[in-house]
Design a binder for this molecule. Sequence first.
Ligand SMILES: [Fe+2]
Ligand SMILES: [Fe+2]
Length: 147
Amino acid sequence: MKITDVLRAEHAVFHNLFDHIEATVPRLKTLAEVKALAAVVDKVHAPHAKTEDDLFMEPLEHCFDQIGQQETFHDEHEMIDAELAKVHKAREVKAAKKILLGAVARSREHFDKEERIVFPMAEHILKAKTLSELGQAWLRRREVAEK
Ligand SMILES: [Fe+2]
Ligand SMILES: [Fe+2]
């Protein structure tokens, strides 16, 4: 499997998670519940963003430069992390909800941009063999992590 297809499959899980968060957060009563959801997003987003950074930042750097995306691609990962971290600093449930839902909205925009621009560009620039090898390497990493 190509690494870009692995990442698309992960995106599908995120979209379900984001749907769930947007549907449930307005009804939550406690700060702890909102923070627990933010922690889930953070835990699953961090390794996903690291894979993307490791894979794409260097080989695609010149392309990002050309379309003026070099900064926003990696910066958006840090911005999402920073927004999620802010949820944990919130003292009131209403504020925490607002920050978390804002982070989810920003994440959706970021994921959309990757699906429309970054992944197709990676598939254009990197060889099919490289994309498959990176996909295999990803699978091996998961197997090691599970043992
Ligand atoms: Fe990303
Ligand atoms: Fe992504």
